[in-house]
Design a protein around this ligand. Structure first.
Ligand code: PAF
Length: 282
């Protein structure tokens, strides 16, 4: 399998693929790969003639240095896992300089308000960092299709908007959340959970499932109150937010309306580790 650090090596591959009229599938990641990432790569392998996977812990999308420094990095096993899927995958593992050049900064985006909801409220500038790094990657890789997990549902909507704003021709494909048997959504950050936190973390998805069950009969206020109560006496998990939002604009609601699609979103701290999850409600 070919692993490249330099942007010019990826540009060379891409130029050959374009000349050969091969379709390119792209899976951007920050590494610490798990089965959720691998499912994205498998789908990309099925739907494209060539597949490029990036592994890059993007500094501009982190809100604290502590989170950036502690983000899990498992490059050797990531490469091993990818090579087990296919030796044909091209892996791009750039340094920040290869991505950003001499000045590592983010574009300030207006994603039509999507950037001000939920993750945007709690992680200021996070989506500018995500948008900027993906703009760089899409320009280098020029993929036909790029794959993202629905665990970061807000990110997925923002990436669709980014492509519209930047007038890029890549098709953005959202893929279902991959869960442990316990229901815990797979995330690279799970690698940092200790045993006690791991035992408690499945509560997040049980709560989402119950909220979905009750969504038809209970008000948004009642549901939100119930969710807060579930975390009150929990020593391992602290609720940051629970919101029920319209899928169309991710604005959180206090009252339900007919003919509107909703999703519930949750962010929880297990110690210093932040976990997010979401579920379609109707
Ligand atoms: O979801 C992620 O892992 C990151 O936000 C992404 C899309 C790779 C951009 O750095």
């Amino acid at each position: 399998m070919r692993v490249h650090e330099k942007r010019r090596d990826i540009l060379n591959h891409v130029a050959t693929f374009v000349e050969q009229k091969k379709t390119i599938g792209f899976v951007p990641t920050m590494g610490a790969l798990h089965k959720g990432h691998l499912a994205l790569v498998e789908r990309a392998l099925k739907e494209n003639q060539k597949v490029i996977v990036s592994i890059f812990v993007n500094p501009t999308q982190f809100n604290t240095t502590e989170d950036l420094v502690n983000y899990p990095r498992t490059l050797d096993s990531d490469i091993e896992l990818l090579s087990e899927l296919s030796k044909e995958i091209i892996v791009f593992v750039p340094t920040p300089k290869e991505v950003y050049g001499d000045k590592m900064s983010s574009v300030t985006y207006n994603f039509g308000g999507l950037e001000n909801e939920m993750e945007g409220k709690y992680r200021p500038d996070h989506f500018d960092g995500v948008g900027t790094v993906l703009k760089h990657f899409f320009n280098i890789v020029t993929p036909n299709k790029a794959y993202f997990g629905e665990k970061d549902f807000q990110q997925l909507q923002i990436v669709k908007k980014l492509v519209e704003i930047e007038k890029m021709s890549v098709q953005i494909i959202g893929c279902p959340i991959y869960r442990e048997k316990s229901g815990l959504a797979l995330s690279s950050r799970n690698k940092r959970l200790d045993q006690k936190q791991l035992n408690e973390a499945p509560l997040i998805y049980s709560i989402l499932k119950q909220a979905k069950k009750d969504f038809g009969t209970k008000s948004v206020t009642t549901l939100s109150k119930w969710v807060s109560e579930q975390f009150k006496n929990n020593d391992e998990l602290r609720l940051e937010y629970f919101e029920i939002a319209k899928v169309s604009d991710l604005k959180s609601v206090k009252r339900k309306q007919k003919n509107t699609k909703y999703r519930a979103f949750i962010a929880v701290f297990a110690g210093k580790i932040r976990l997010i999850d979401n579920i379609a409600l109707n």
